[in-house]
Design a protein around this ligand. Structure first.
Ligand SMILES: *Cc1c(COP(=O)(O)O)cnc(C)c1O
Length: 386
């Protein structure tokens, strides 16, 4: 089976991990700090906080922003469940905003309309989480204007997008948001096995994130409320054990040196797919002029003006041909856990249309030209049987 995604681990990555295994620190130590500095430096944000995965990153980002059970969080329905679950972890209400028909990202026009209505009903969200689907940034300029107007906190879920750019700057610089979250799960652009990072330019948020990541405990002499002796530390708030290990950070640091190469290759693969697939009844990814996509995913949609072939059947045939296509994502409101809360499918016509046509084709650094041609040929054969 050609998978839809796969990590690339080099000998240098392996050596970096072994070196940590022989060192004094296995869990959070000097490598985590070094990794955070490297991520902040790469993305252009002032601070970076490394955590156990992007799910915990989203959770403590929401807590740092003060999300409580009195509040509401809005996000895109076309995302991994973690983008919405983080709101529920805090006891908040979660609402979804429909996607844009071309980018499949949260639609800023829909967002604007819904915010106007919410303001009139005194039901504004505290947090909005735009998700950079497949690695292409949302319209952050527009979203940040709305954030100013309605006093929203913006957390970018950039789990797909490290290495991508928006308006000539790296995603993660937080010019248009309060915090940005990256994921280092093995299917993503770079990996630490499990891992995540939050970037921010706000020193208060940074302090809160550091505390939330590790039990709400501080050992910093200048922050203690009292000092009982040399053993002393304080739990000053509630927190978790969401730490990354030095083993993982060493892998991340080593992977980070190849991030630009990874993203370049993914863009080449995307260009090649564009050439191989352009005559088929598919809508291919359209990258906005403001964006360089990190191309975590290569998503095609059946063009319903040109084919009425059954979506599920195409999927089954591709899988039968050993092509590990996938669907990113099942709209979150359709998940049984969410649908029991009363979300209505008819509120999200574009997400529904997307769900009935989208296919993620294999996209990863080591995807060979042969495999890519095989994917294109197979699709062509399947789609021409109309
Ligand atoms: C992968 C992913 C997450 C969760 O990342 P983990 O590191 O696996 O917790 C969250 N949001 C999106 C959009 C993702 O793709």
């Amino acid at each position: 089976m050609i998978p839809y995604a796969r990590q690339n681990i080099s000998d240098l990555d392996i050596e970096a991990v072994i070196a940590v295994l022989k060192s004094d620190f296995l869990t959070q130590g000097p490598k985590v700090l070094e990794f955070e500095k490297a991520i902040a430096n790469y993305s252009g944000a002032k601070f970076a906080v490394a955590v156990s995965n992007a799910t915990s990153a989203l959770h403590i980002a929401c807590l740092a922003a003060g999300l409580t059970s009195q509040d509401t969080l809005w996000t895109s329905p076309i995302s991994f469940v973690a983008s919405a679950n983080c709101g529920l972890y805090c006891g908040a209400k979660v609402k979804f905003c429909d996607i844009h028909p071309k980018t499949y990202n949260l639609d800023p026009e829909v967002l604007e309309t819904k915010l106007r209505e919410a303001a009139a009903a005194s039901d504004l969200p505290k947090i909005v989480i735009p998700v950079h689907l497949a690695g292409q940034s949302c319209d952050m300029k527009k979203i940040s204007e709305l954030a100013k107007k309605y006093s929203l906190t913006i957390i970018e879920d950039a789990s797909h997008a490290i290495g991508g750019s928006y308006r000539n700057k790296k995603i993660g610089n937080c010019e248009f948001s309060d915090m940005t979250v990256f994921s280092f799960h093995p299917v993503k652009i770079i990996t630490t096995g499990e891992g995540g990072v939050i970037t921010t330019n706000n020193p208060q948020l940074y302090e809160k994130l550091i505390s939330l990541r590790s039990h709400g405990i501080t050992r910093a002499q200048d922050k203690l409320e009292r000092n009982d002796g040399p053993w002393y530390y304080e739990q000053q708030g509630m927190g978790f054990n969401y730490r990354l290990t030095d083993i993982q950070a060493a892998l991340g640091l080593s992977q980070l040196t190849r991030l630009d190469t990874f993203v370049e290759r993914r863009n080449e693969l995307a260009d090649m797919y564009g050439r191989l697939l352009n005559k088929l009844p598919l809508t291919l990814p359209e990258i906005d002029a403001d964006c360089v996509s990190a191309f975590h995913l290569y998503i095609v949609c059946l063009d319903r003006s040109r084919t009425d072939m059954n979506h599920r059947e195409i999927f089954e045939k591709l899988r039968a041909a050993e092509i590990g296509v996938n669907l990113h994502y099942i709209p979150i409101y359709r998940q049984p856990y969410y649908s029991r809360m009363g979300y209505r499918i008819q509120d999200f016509p574009i997400a529904e249309q997307y769900y009935s046509t989208a296919i993620s084709l294999p996209m990863f650094f080591d995807l060979s030209a042969n495999d890519q041609e095989y994917v294109a040929e197979t699709l062509k054969t399947i789609l021409s049987r109309n």
